[in-house]
Design a protein around this ligand. Structure first.
Ligand code: 5GP
Ligand code: ZN
Length: 117
């Protein structure tokens, strides 16, 4: 990973506190924050602090990190009170809708189209 890639990356800037974010969890390896343009009632992004572009770029050295991220998805869902009903989405590559090339897990809950009226 080159330094220039990180310097251009919005999510690396959030990690480095060069850009603000509404943080719901942070530790030494990952950070979760509210999406700036929520597509559901609850819409949080969980990212590794390490700049990995997408799931297509993870390697064996990321095994532990990827496991921790999976567990953190559950913990964030519990923290937000949505653990009974949530979606996890990862877009990989621009043709798949990925806009920010830094791996992120969308944690979504409360789609308006599925709400009882
Ligand atoms: P993607 O399409 O890459 O899977 O998703 C990128 C997500 O990042 C989008 O849902 C978009 O609203 C969100 N996003 C883009 N820029 C920012 C930002 O500066 N701050 C936050 N919190 N979210 C962002
Ligand atoms: Zn990045």
């Amino acid at each position: 990973m080159s330094q220039s890639k990180r310097a251009d990356c919005i999510f690396c800037k959030i990690v480095d506190k060069q850009m603000p974010a509404k943080v719901v969890h942070e530790d030494d390896r990952m950070i979760a924050f509210h999406d700036i343009q929520p597509k559901a009632k609850t819409h949080v992004l969980l990212i590794p602090k390490k700049h990995i572009e997408s799931l297509a770029d993870v390697s064996k050295e990321d095994v532990e990190l990827m496991g921790e991220l999976m567990i953190k998805i559950k913990e964030v869902a519990i923290e937000l009170g949505v653990e009974k009903s949530f979606n996890v989405v990862v877009n990989n590559g621009s043709l798949a809708g990925q806009i920010i090339p830094h791996l992120h897990f969308h944690i979504l809950s409360g789609w308006s189209g599925r709400e009882k009226v």
